[in-house]
Design a protein around this ligand. Structure first.
Ligand SMILES: Cc1ncc(COP(=O)(O)O)c(C=O)c1O
Length: 469
């Protein structure tokens, strides 16, 4: 290849090298060249890179390959593209400085390197536009879109819920909205809701906004203790229980089948309402049946988000209302707070479910999560709870560290984690942090962050004690 002459002198093309046959997919080679040029300083933040058409003709390859490379580069945070103005290198563009700027505080499903998600979104949206036309997508969620989405939801939930999935489902813009609306429907200000001692912060936020009291139920390694539910129900008069029994956020625990049966028996005996939040089920291929199957769906709201097993940006979640209820109360409160899902994103979620793409995305995430969890088990001490798969690791801290001090020390090293206080119902749940393995851009970056975390655990941050006289 001759030395490339860019189409305009302000555009940087000197980094471009001929592609090597057999050295991996061509789009990845282009991304690799770009990343290396940024790493070595040949390209700096704000530099403009060549238009895709020019690059395709310069390399003698298809425009679609270059488009794929630019998409991947954007996904990796290397460049940003602006319609009509071209593509530019981003500040800090993906440079894997050890531990710099890694946010492990948000639960994001990790995508495998060179994964297909961007293509699936692009092709899925193009297909939906072709088949449905823009008019059908320019509507608010309505009865017709509800029926179609509900049928997709029934197909999605069938393997987990069996016959319960054939009931009319509600479809809403994410489980967070579902939790708020269900709580609004089943509890009144001042009521007490029971939950695990460490629980999903979004539930705590919703409860606090609704002026509900929250009472932790004693738990062991298998989850909440059935007798403790009974006791707290009698002590507090609570009639509602919120649980996340599969790959629990944040402890990663999964409640075994027998405990589910025992918990369901207590709930039914006492006539308590269960909110079962089950966003991680499909990441575990051998998860025990949902609690809802043991209550027969009676007085149970089953919530199944697509965020954590497919893509958070879909903002789609299904609600299976109690067997004896149409869910009209929850539907009304969902309507009162939002106009439902985006028709485009709902159509995309449906298309993924109907085409089988959703199951493949789950498998991609599972595969990547397995590799990342294995890395966590290899690099962190044995006290870390890193399940075979799942989106996060729970790391109890040794006695020399307090949660806040540890999280601050990590932040100074450019690593953001979530401290146990964010999940704690009562104050004394022990010092620990949650590490979301999908927050790192790739396994290398995660490995670097985990090594720093492991090293910090061994540091003694306490000042040398002063002589007390
Ligand atoms: C237990 C639990 N419920 C709900 C959510 C949020 O779901 P959604 O994105 O559908 O609002 C999360 C997100 O991490 C979660 O961990």
């Amino acid at each position: 290849m001759r030395k490339p002459t860019p189409p305009h002198e302000s555009i940087r093309a000197g980094w471009l090298k001929p592609l090597t046959p057999g050295a991996g997919p061509r789009y990845q080679q282009i991304v690799g060249q770009l990343a290396q040029a940024i790493r070595t300083g040949e390209l700096a933040s704000g530099d403009q890179i060549p238009p895709q058409r020019w690059l395709a003709s310069e390399l003698g390859i298809d425009l679609t390959t270059v488009t794929r490379a630019y998409t991947e580069a954007r996904n990796r945070g290397l460049i940003a593209s602006f319609s009509g103005r071209g593509s530019y290198v981003l500040a800090g563009g993906g440079s894997p400085h050890p531990g710099s700027g890694v946010d492990l505080s948000m639960n994001i499903p990790p995508q495998p390197a060179g994964g297909e998600l961007a293509d699936r979104v692009r092709n899925g949206v193009a297909d939906i536009l072709d088949r449905q036309g823009i008019e059908a997508l320019s509507v608010y969620q309505n009865d017709a879109t509800n029926v179609s989405a509900m049928q997709a939801g029934q197909a999605w939930l069938g393997p987990a819920l069996g016959a319960l999935a054939s009931r009319p489902l509600l479809v809403c813009a994410g489980t967070q909205a579902a939790i708020f609306s269900v709580l609004l429907t089943v509890a009144r200000a001042g009521d007490t809701v029971l939950c695990e001692p460490l629980t999903y912060p979004g539930f705590l936020l919703a409860a606090s906004q609704l002026d509900l009291r929250v009472q932790a139920v004693e738990s062991d390694a298998d989850g909440v203790l059935p007798d403790a539910i009974d006791r707290q129900h009698r002590n507090t008069g609570a009639r509602v229980v919120y649980l996340n029994p599969t790959l629990h956020n944040p402890t990663t625990r999964t409640m075994p089948e027998q405990r589910r049966r025992d918990v369901a028996a207590v709930l039914q005996k006492r006539g308590l309402t269960l909110i079962e939040d089950d966003p991680y089920r499909y990441l575990l291929h051998d998860a025990p049946p949902p609690l809802a199957t043991f209550t027969g769906g009676q007085a149970t709201y089953y919530l199944a988000s697509l965020s954590n097993c497919l893509w958070p940006s879909l903002r789609v979640s299904f609600i299976v209302p109690p067997a004896e209820d149409s869910g009209a109360g929850v539907q009304d409160s969902l309507r009162a707070s939002s106009m439902g899902c985006s028709s485009l994103l709902l159509a995309l979620g449906e298309q993924w479910i109907r085409s089988g793409a959703a199951r493949q995305i789950v498998q991609d995430i599972q595969r990547e999560a397995r590799a990342r969890q294995a890395l966590a088990r290899a690099l962190l001490p044995g006290t870390a709870q890193a399940p075979p798969t799942g989106l996060h690791v729970w790391l109890p801290l040794p006695g020399n560290w307090n949660t806040q001090v540890f999280a601050n020390a990590l932040e100074q090293r450019g690593i953001i984690v979530a401290g146990s206080d964010a999940f704690s119902v009562q104050t004394s749940t022990g010092d620990a942090v949650r590490l979301s393995i999908g927050g790192a851009r790739n396994q290398e970056e995660l490995g670097q962050a985990l090594r720093q975390i492991a090293a910090l655990l061994n540091e003694d941050h306490r000042r040398p004690s002063r002589a007390i006289v």
